[in-house]
Design a protein around this ligand. Structure first.
Ligand code: HEC
Length: 123
């Protein structure tokens, strides 16, 4: 193969790879962002009373709610599944269970995405 052909071939391979990477990653990132936005609306509706609008739980009334911006301080773990469980089934003595309130697993996952979008430092 002439080097000109090899270059064309490589360029074609590269753009194919880029297109493939785009297919794999961009929609996932966008889907996460959309989910987080839906979760944010639920959060404003159900969660700010204890966790605050910014998730920091710096409220006078109920001070034992977790600061959601600090995953290292979570009492019940900060993996996706652990956060899901805390929200869906409740946690500790004062965190209510939300699965039935928000109506679907998807809505709980939207909240998980939103909660993670509050993190100050990604672990
Ligand atoms: C009535 C007050 C209250 C409301 C409303 C509330 N939470 Fe909580 N939440 C708490 C408390 C208190 C904790 C700490 C639980 C514990 O001690 O394990 C907590 C813990 C959590 C945790 C687990 C963090 C950890 O420490 O492991 C998550 C995630 C969470 N809340 C998300 C939410 C979301 C999302 C909503 C709204 C759907 C919500 N909370 C509504 C009081 C509340």
């Amino acid at each position: 193969m002439e080097s000109r052909h090899i270059k064309t071939f490589l360029a074609a391979r590269a753009s194919l790879l880029l297109a493939f990477a785009g297919l794999l990653h961009l929609p996932v990132a966008q889907a996460d962002a959309v989910a987080a936005e839906r979760g944010g609306q639920l959060f404003q509706q159900y969660c700010t009373e204890c966790h605050g609008r910014d998730g920091r739980a710096q409220l006078d009334v109920i001070s034992d709610a977790t600061d959601l911006t600090m995953p290292v301080d979570y009492y019940n773990g900060s993996s996706d599944q652990e956060i899901y469980n805390s929200i869906a089934n409740g946690a500790g003595v004062a965190m209510p269970a939300w699965r039935t309130v928000v109506g679907s697993d998807e809505a709980v996952w939207d909240l998980v995405h939103f909660v993670k979008s509050l993190w100050v430092e990604q672990p």
